[in-house]
Write a protein that binds this ligand. Structure first.
Ligand code: HPA
Ligand code: ZN
Length: 332
């Protein structure tokens, strides 16, 4: 491992933007498909990987939902989550706030409880190895708000285990304001709120996520940089951006990693973090994402990105302070 690689792996960090379904590696996809007796339209793991060429978000989503189709039983969701957590721990992640997409499964007849029970069992097991976690339930924005509300209701018995709600899937044409009522209900229920905004969508979607959905954190947020007033707002309110460099490259949000805005975000005083988004599809886990921007930022910047991941987490002040102190002694 290079010196930069060793520094990155050893740096204590939180991951705040990871879709569990997006961590489904082709090997596990094949294994689960075999045991569930599901035919998949690929002959080999290499053929699957070769299909992962995207020119925009929707190209990826089409294949992501197809991959998720193999997940049917509690064991499948458990295995998926366990594999991600083991991989993240190997990259120096000690706290994770993970997304899941219940509607991608309930729409196929998989009960909500099957999905979340498998995920929670894996999170609980990882806790005994020292990995803390929060779970964030995302609504699919290409579906209507009534569908989101049905999911919200199905989740009610689990609110003690769900830290917050999120908003993902096809951004263009689906503004955050479409989900005004269900996000208000989530807030009233004491849940945190986050939303993908400004990945492909315009700065107006970021404004809406802040003003209408009252979000606590912005997922991606790249296009916020187009609007200086928005940048000033995000800075003044210390709102965290969960940035995903390899995702941005693979989905053509940036044309070249050399043009990635991560350093610009730090220079403007924004609380940017580095995350993997859908690591099985975008070519890397969190350490690979730090490494992808290593040519753009210093080691001190990387330590600051890691500090931001805890500052922007939903951990309490005492746990956050403990992780910040660990970074200080690591990078001193
Ligand atoms: N963007 C939007 N929706 C998603 C993503 C993403 O990167 N991954 C899974 N759902
Ligand atoms: Zn995402």
């Amino acid at each position: 491992m290079s010196a930069a690689g060793a520094f990155i792996t050893g740096l204590p960090k939180a991951e705040l933007h990871i879709h569990l379904e997006g961590s489904l590696e082709p090997e596990l996809m094949f294994e689960i498909a075999r045991r569930n007796k599901i035919a998949i339209p690929f002959k080999s793991v290499n053929e699957v990987r070769a299909a992962y060429r995207f020119s925009r978000l929707q190209d990826f989503l089409d294949i992501y939902y197809r991959g998720a189709d193999v997940l049917r039983h509690e064991q499948d969701f458990y295995d998926l989550t366990r594999a991600y957590l083991a991989r993240a721990a190997a990259d120096g992640v000690c706290h994770v706030e993970a997304f899941f997409d219940p509607q991608a499964h309930t729409a196929r007849g998989v009960p909500f409880a099957v999905v979340i029970d498998g995920i929670l069992a894996a999170l609980k097991e990882a806790a005994s190895d020292g990995m803390t976690s929060r779970l964030i339930m995302c609504f699919l924005r290409h579906l209507d708000e009534d569908d989101a509300f049905a999911t919200f209701k199905a989740a009610e018995p689990y609110f003690g285990c769900i830290a917050g709600v999120g908003l993902d899937s096809s951004e263009r044409g689906h503004p955050p304001s479409k989900f005004r009522r269900v996000f208000a209900a989530a807030g009233a229920a004491g849940l945190k709120r986050v939303a993908h905004a400004g990945e492909e969508g315009p700065p107006e979607y970021v404004w809406e996520a802040l003003d209408v959905l009252k979000i606590d954190r912005i997922d991606h947020g790249n296009r916020a940089l187009e609007d200086p007033k928005l940048v000033a707002r995000i800075k003044a309110e210390e709102i965290t951006l969960t940035v995903c460099p390899l995702s941005n490259l693979k989905l053509c949000v940036v044309g070249d990693m050399a043009d990635h805005p991560i350093k610009n975000m730090l220079n403007q005083g924004l609380r940017a973090t580095v995350n993997s988004d859908d690591p099985a599809y975008f070519g890397g886990y969190i350490a690979d994402n730090y490494a992808a921007v290593a040519g753009l930022v210093t080691e001190a910047d990387m330590a600051e990105l890691a500090r931001n991941s805890f500052r922007g987490s939903f951990l309490d002040a005492a746990a956050t302070a403990k992780h910040l102190a660990a970074i200080d002694s690591y990078s001193a």
